[in-house]
Design a protein around this ligand. Sequence first.
Ligand code: CA
Length: 229
Amino acid sequence: MNKTILLVEDELGLVVSLKKELQFENYEVLVANDGLAALSVFERHMQNIDLIILDWMLPKLDGLGVLRRIRRRNNVPIIMLTARDYTGDKVAGLTGGADDYVTKPFDVEELLARMKAVLRRPNRIATEHPMYQLADLTVDTEKRRITRKNHNIQLTQREYKLLTVMFENIGKAFTRNELLDLVWGSDFEGDPNIVDVYIRYLRNKIDKFPNSKKLIHTVRGIGYSLSID
Ligand code: CA
């Protein structure tokens, strides 16, 4: 299957020419023109994106801000496009978390070669203990610590599993059956309404803070999703 690239760049001329080159090399290309758009495109297509080309100087949220937010919980390869006067060690230090960088103006051949090298790297497995964050809810899976508005939240094993499964695919509308399979296992033979019961438990613990946005949503006719809106 073709690899999908998220191209984050605000210079429209460069977007047009780069997109053409990438498509010519059989990449699927998604485009975002500013930092916030990059985050929302990434949220929606996370499962399909194989590599991000990320410009540093961007409107709304710069490339470094985008890099940090994505790196908190995802290991997708990222190549940064940086201005020419940041060179060597300086860039390496500043782009902590990026897999590589290319300085502007650059040769397309060079970028393509670096992309191939990054995509070839083995062991790109997801972080073993990701940090999840959505609005003011955070889950530190290494310490198994859940907080909302800086309050610690205690979850049972099953509630925790349900929450982290939903965090792995923010915005996805899960059916009850999917959640049953993922959280209780495909050999579960009890009442499928257990999903609704546990969603209620979870809501009581994470979605009942005053002045906080609801994060667990009922998706009519389907099931449930975890998202900001
Ligand atoms: Ca730019």
